[in-house]
Design a protein around this ligand. Structure first.
Ligand code: ATP
Ligand code: MG
Length: 650
């Protein structure tokens, strides 16, 4: 892997919130004395109704796992995201809404307008009998009402759980039932990439499997005709016009749950991850400001969906807590064509742009002509999240979008962590393509020996990644199943939060995420991350995407099975197969040469764009009868095609 360093420019460092020296001293302070450090940050960054007297009260011991921060503090998240900004920035745009169709005008919603919308939305929920602690499912497209609904829940103390609008009625019903939701908020239809999903009819189908007490609030977004069930369905916009434009905030305890979010399911049955009000908000706000070096007046764009934690922390809660202008985009990167992201950046003068490696790779595959006509001069910082980014994709992003001048923050974190854990702070670190670099304040990553569970103390080392102590944004429990919380994250390695990922740490102390530990393969006694082999494959000019898994091999223990998607205009052939084998052999070494290469027109991905390797592993093992939960797959038909053409038919 390339280890070229990319330091920030002197100009950037001069204007940055955090430079290298500040990082070093603040980081030390944050781990030496977390109480003082986080106590001060919480007072500085959030407004409290009742101050807290206890900062940290956490325990990682199996059987007694408990995570509490600022436990006797009282605050309201919506107040922190809206009301406290009204005096100084009431007329400033809080949310820019960019619709799916570029011809439809964008909306600019000021903090004053946001306040009124959220108050009205809150009153609609109260009128439906939603009370403090009740669960509210939000199944909406990427429209301002999604943010209003989230903040309305926060205002009145209800717990929201967003279900990504691309999910099926089954997935929706499971989540409604798992958290026992009182209402579902949906829309008539959702335009995306020029097509429309009928969310209301999906919701109708889901509700057939739920208690008939569940109410359905419908945002008429497109005005498309939908079914209407009297006494159950409520027209949100009509109601909002009728209720009062103001609504008092509900004082909440710092530890009261703010939301539940189900994980993407790439490693098994989705878990209802519970996040808190105080610690979560502090962590989202602080990371949004420092990781992206956000300054007043910048337009911030996180291109994720609000259905993912990335959207929660970096479209809504983090930016709004900081009084930022945040952009919400309803569409997809390739509609009307592959220049859309870059058009939106030009149109709204975006300063920070945050996306996923999967989107970068997809756009990279389309060539640079789509970027060339766009003015990207407003950009200051680029970010990525979701998977290890292949150095190839990193370099494309750096050269074509950053024009070789902008810091790229490769942020490693999880639904469970609430915010960034290992990430460059752009004014403080030189980056290396493919490395998430160093820990955020208060985060103490350790590398453990996978078998003994012992901490590996050498700087340069490799093993599984765990976190030694709590941070405020940490999840508090799995909804309704605290035992699952303990066994999933605290039982494999005693006393640590175990993230499920492997990593290596280089001689400079930089962290390189090698993927899930399940994705580490052992070939003739050599351990290697599948991400490394994938990166080598993707670096080949004819390869668009690759997924690598291990399968039982009589001689080597595990063999390397590669699924390869070719660039648009490339044809599969045996010759190309040999070429790729030779390529990996020279890029990494003979040990990494794939044993089997299957041409894959498509790869099974979660709705958030992550490759579901556990399915690919099953197919490679020729054991495809029990694929487990595939309800969160974006396109299930891909799986049949792969099974049909599997290379390991016994
Ligand atoms: P599930 O837990 O249900 O399988 P998920 O893990 O896919 O869902 P997320 O919490 O969104 O859902 O993903 C977190 C995981 O994504 C991390 O554990 C890691 O494997 C990967 N990841 C995220 N960001 C990065 C990054 N910058 N570099 C490497 N890997 C990353
Ligand atoms: Mg996970």
């Amino acid at each position: 892997m390339t280890e070229k360093m990319y330091p920030p420019s002197d100009d950037f460092v001069a204007g940055a919130h955090i430079d290298a020296d500040t990082y070093a001293s603040m980081y030390q302070a944050s781990v030496d004395d977390p109480d003082t450090f986080w106590g001060r940050e919480a007072k500085d960054r959030l407004d409290w109704i009742e101050p807290f007297s206890v900062v940290k009260n956490t325990c990682f011991d199996l059987g007694k796992v408990s995570v509490k921060w600022f436990e006797d503090g009282v605050l309201n998240v919506a107040y922190n995201c809206i009301d406290r900004h009204l005096e100084s920035r009431g007329d400033q745009t809080a949310i820019i809404f960019e619709p799916d169709d570029p011809e439809t005008p964008a909306q600019h919603i000021t903090y004053t307008e946001l306040h009124e919308k959220v108050c009205r939305f809150s009153n609609v929920l109260l009128a439906q009998g939603v009370m403090r602690g009740d669960r509210v499912i939000i199944y909406l497209p990427m429209i301002p009402e999604a943010a209003y609904a989230m903040l309305a829940c926060a205002r009145i103390g209800a717990i929201h759980s967003i279900v990504f609008a691309g999910f099926s009625p089954d997935a929706l019903a499971n989540r409604i039932n798992d958290c026992g939701a009182k209402v579902v908020i949906t829309a008539d239809t959702a335009p995306r990439g020029g097509r429309r999903t009928n969310l209301k009819s999906n919701t109708d189908a889901a509700l057939l499997h739920c208690s008939d007490k569940v109410r359905c609030l419908v945002v008429k977004h497109t005005g498309d005709q939908t079914t209407w069930i009297q006494d159950r369905d409520v027209d949100v916009k009509a109601m909002m016009a009728q209720v009062a434009p103001d609504c008092p905030i509900r004082p909440m305890n710092a530890e009261d749950p703010l939301f539940i979010l189900y994980t993407s399911g790439s490693t098994g049955k989705p878990k209802g991850v519970v996040h808190s009000s105080g610690g979560y908000l502090l962590y989202a706000a602080m990371t949004q400001k420092l990781t992206f070096d956000y300054h007043d007046g910048d337009v911030f764009w996180c291109g994720a969906d609000v259905g993912w934690v990335t959207g929660h922390s970096y479209i809504v809660y983090g930016p709004l807590a900081n009084g930022a202008t945040t952009l919400m985009f309803e569409g997809v990167p390739t509609y009307p064509d592959a220049s859309r992201f870059w058009q939106v950046i030009e149109k709204h003068k975006v300063a920070q742009f945050y996306t996923a490696p999967t989107a970068i790779r997809a756009l990279m595959g389309q060539g640079t002509s789509f970027v060339e006509g766009c003015d990207l001069s407003s950009l200051k910082v680029l970010g990525t999240v979701g998977e290890p980014i292949n150095p190839e994709a990193w370099t494309w992003y750096n050269d074509n979008i950053g024009k070789g001048k902008l810091p790229i923050v490769d942020t490693w974190w999880q639904t469970e962590t609430g915010g960034h854990m290992i990430t460059p702070l752009p004014g403080a670190m030189a980056t290396k393509p493919g490395s998430a670099t160093k820990p955020f304040f208060g985060v103490q990553p350790v590398v453990l020996d996978p078998t003994s569970g012992k901490e590996l103390h050498e700087t340069k080392t490799e093993g599984v990644l765990a976190i030694k102590d709590s941070w405020p944004g940490q999840m508090r429990t799995v909804w309704g199943d605290h035992e699952r919380f303990e066994t999933t994250y605290f039982s494999d390695y005693k006393g640590y939060y175990f993230a499920g990922d492997g990593c290596r740490r280089d001689a400079d102390g930089y962290y390189w995420i090698t993927g899930r530990v399940d994705d580490v393969i052992n070939v003739s006694g050599h351990r290697m991350g599948t991400a490394e082999v994938e990166s080598a494959l993707v670096a080949h000019a004819k390869v668009a995407e690759a997924a690598v898994v291990g399968y039982p091999h009589a001689v080597k223990g595990q063999g390397i099975y590669a699924y390869v998607t070719l660039m648009n205009n490339e044809e599969p052939s045996d010759e190309l197969r040999r070429e790729l084998e030779g390529w990996v052999r020279t890029e990494i070494g003979p040990i990494a040469k794939p044993d089997l290469i299957q041409w894959a027109p498509g790869l099974p991905k979660t709705r958030s764009g992550k490759i579901m390797r556990r399915i690919l592993r099953k197919i490679a093992e020729n054991d495809y009868d029990a694929l487990g939960d595939i309800s969160t797959l974006a396109d299930p038909s891909v799986v049949e095609e792969l099974i049909e053409n599997r290379m390991n038919k016994a």
